[in-house]
Write a protein that binds this ligand. Structure first.
Ligand SMILES: [Zn+2]
Length: 408
């Protein structure tokens, strides 16, 4: 089979899909605003939102086009193989060569886009708080993590494949599942701590109210902490992290400043709803389905040496398998995303219902409107976009559901 044109076509299709999504997104800016969220933006702010939305979208469209050109260039000129030839001829070094090259090329090409996004557009609309130093450190950290993770993952795959043959797929899927579990276990206590400061929530009325909510449901946590998110962004957030008795609840410092105690309780009760429904764990399990698809793609890419030789390699390069994977997954993931996003939206409604049951219905409506305002959300996204991409229901539908629940 002519794998080279096939992969060029695959990558082109995934980029076209991405482009189509951005275009639908761009059009959604002119959708009429539903009546129950008409008070979120005043006319001036709405105008500002439209131009913010437009600028972000134009940048995303340009980024997609550049990404397509970069991919076509690297693949059609066999650049991965040319760079790998400069590295020692061992499995691990060959792998490292390709992963390093791919990650560096992407970082260099997309650095400008990241800069435009954070330091120019977000800055212009007053969201960005990151200094040049924070921005550079964040980018370096991401680069390092990507090279490290890519090399470890594909190194593991190479070792398993070479020592055990085709059983590698089952083993690899299991190993990656355990790894993602480990990462989500570690995310709270380790990764999210890198580059942020955490302090325990101050004693007082708010903490007592939150603790009372937890005690009422027998929900044990290690701590409620405040993160200094305001150093990077003005956007608001709160999340539960960790498992078992190590669970930590993290509140952004901006959230505490922007919301009334009742609204903070409402957001908290919503997050508690996720906790009580074990939504994080369920999402992890659904990831397993995603991983199985990935396993099939992995199997294809390491079982078919001609997929590598057609791009200039002497045989299978496990780093390049990683590059090919992203092409295959780009086609598969919108399909799995469809199911996972649908479930996630369902989980959001359920968590909102929890907050309503705790008596925070009206406060939650207020909090969600504030969140939408501060996060500059799209109030009328196209249904197609919601179906494909939204892990949270649109604001007006959430508020309608809360109002309905309040009447019962
Ligand atoms: Zn939620």
């Amino acid at each position: 089979m002519a794998y080279k044109p096939l992969f060029l076509l695959l990558f082109t299709l995934t980029h076209l899909f991405e482009l189509a999504l951005h275009l639908v997104q761009a059009r959604s800016a002119s959708n009429p605003t539903p009546a129950n969220v008409a008070d979120v933006y005043d006319p001036d702010t709405y105008q500002r939102w439209r131009s913010y939305h437009g600028e972000k979208n134009r940048l995303a469209i340009l980024r997609t086009l550049v990404s397509w050109v970069l991919t076509m260039l690297l693949l059609s000129l066999n650049l991965h193989a040319r760079v790998a030839a400069l590295f020692p001829d061992t499995v691990l070094m060959q792998l490292l060569g390709v992963v390093l090259f791919q990650t560096l090329a992407e970082t260099l090409v997309f650095l400008g886009f990241a800069w435009m996004n954070t330091m120019v557009i977000e800055q212009k609309y007053g969201f960005n708080r990151a200094t040049v130093r924070t921005f550079v450190m964040d980018q370096l950290r991401a680069l390092l993590l990507e090279v490290l993770l890519g090399t470890i993952l594909m190194g593991l795959l190479a070792w398993l494949h070479l020592s055990m043959g085709d059983w590698v797929v089952v083993l690899f899927t299991g190993a990656v599942f355990l790894l993602t579990l480990a990462i989500s276990f570690l995310y709270g206590p380790v990764f999210s701590r890198m580059g942020n400061k955490f302090a325990p929530l101050a004693e007082g009325e708010l903490k007592e109210k939150l603790m009372a909510l937890l005690t009422k449901h027998g929900y044990q946590v290690k701590a409620i902490e405040v993160m200094d998110a305001s150093r990077r962004t003005t956007k608001l957030n709160a999340y539960f992290t960790g498992f078992g008795k190590l669970k930590t609840i993290v509140l952004y410092d901006n959230l505490l400043q922007a919301m009334t105690p009742d609204e903070i309780c409402a957001v908290f009760a919503h997050e508690l709803g996720h906790g009580l429904n074990r939504d994080v764990l369920k999402q992890q399990c659904m990831n397993l389905g995603n991983l199985l698809l990935m396993a099939i793609a992995v199997w294809l890419t390491v079982r078919t040496p001609v997929m590598h030789t057609t791009f200039g390699f002497a045989g299978v390069n496990y780093g390049f398998a990683f590059v090919l994977l992203s092409g295959l997954l780009g086609l598969l993931q919108p399909l799995t995303g469809l199911g996972m996003n649908a479930y996630s939206r369902h989980a959001e409604y359920r968590a909102d219902a929890q907050a309503v049951r705790e008596g925070f219905g009206p406060a939650l409506t207020g909090a969600l409107k504030k969140l939408a305002r501060e996060n500059f959300s799209n109030l009328a996204p196209s249904p197609l976009l919601v179906l494909l991409e939204y892990s949270h229901p649109p604001l007006s539908e959430r508020i309608a559901a809360i109002e309905k629940a309040l009447k019962h």
